[in-house]
Write a protein that binds this ligand. Sequence first.
Ligand code: PMT
Length: 398
Amino acid sequence: MLKGKHIVLGITGGIAAYKSAYLLRLLIKAGAEVQVVMTPAAKEFITPVTLSALSGKPVVSEFFTANTGEWHSHVDLGLWADAMVIAPATASTIGKMANGVADNMLVTTYLSAKAPVFVAPAMDLDMMAHPSTCRNLQLLKSYGNHIIEPATGELASHLVGKGRMEEPENIVKILDAFFEKSQSLAGKRVLITAGPTYEKIDPVRFIGNYSSGKMGYAIAEEAASRGAEVTVVSGPVSLSVSNPAIKVVKIESAKQMLDACAERFPSSDIAVMCAAVADYAPAHSSDKKIKREGHDAPVIELVKNPDIAKTLGGMKRKEQVLVGFALETDNEEVNAQGKLSSKRLDMIVLNSLRDAGAGFGTDTNKVTIYTADGRRLPFDVKSKAEVASDILDTIESL
Ligand code: PMT
């Protein structure tokens, strides 16, 4: 999978920098084109001469070539890359990346990179365990970077603990698996609903709910990163998408969401119903603001909204995969199983508002997936990006 891929290999100033030469060699052997970017401190540990000989390209380390004034564009490098790998990543560079301290070529390239970034920390066990390192790694993860966890073993200090940079062979395997996954949904069309629906009472008021759209948009990003062509039918949210393979269709009400989905579902391979659709809408909406003065409190008659997931379930062809969500507050498993069968879903993702870190608005979720073929897959609390990955792994397994 690495053949022809453009890899920026970032090397920082740690003892493990000697392993980067071997990592570079393995990447080149696998057919990748590699551009090395070093921090000034990295040159104390391994020479640019070795790395430029192995990569066949001059190593980039400074913003300018001193004698010619030639500018090295971190922006161009960031755009050129299919992936950026920082190995070894010291505590200092991890801190700079997490906080946007762009005082060297490596961090500026990282900040300009559009491609996925892999970070392989290497440091002494106490630095690794320090709350600031843990927080910075957590921040990098929350930005969508991939952390290649260090191994436990003898360290440069001769102490034994967690902090050894992952072996180059394994880093190559991780990259290879990543690129393989990035093609796993190529050619597939994925329809996703996200966010709330607003059901209009009058021009200034509506019935809605707390959905932020984060879960649905995370699924859209993950599906697009696996090569799918994605359409998100989205209720009113303040999110945007970063992948050009994602098209967003904005709607407001459940009826509009149904129309948008019914039109697109026949040409979709996979549909994921993540929106929090209002179950009821006002029977009548006023085209003028309902006044308070001189009126009794209005009684708003409600009517049932269409069930979008159930409608699509009725339209579903054998080769299509339809996934629903269940947001519950009690009797979770029974309710989720009931929705799985009554809506003719292939799988349902249960999240319960009783679980800390799950549901509306949070950056995390805790889900259990039930498949129509009888599997029950419970997951821990994870970022919504990681939950999206678990959901798509399970969809792919269907
Ligand atoms: O957007 P976030 O802030 O990130 O929050 C994410 C989330 C909590 C909204 C999401 O994880 C979630 O649970 N979405 C489904 C919420 C919901 O409406 O659940 P439900 O159990 O009421 O509905 C069951 C399924 O039927 C869902 O797939 C829902 O999209 C669908 N449905 C429901 C009602 C309706 N009229 N039409 C539908 O299609």
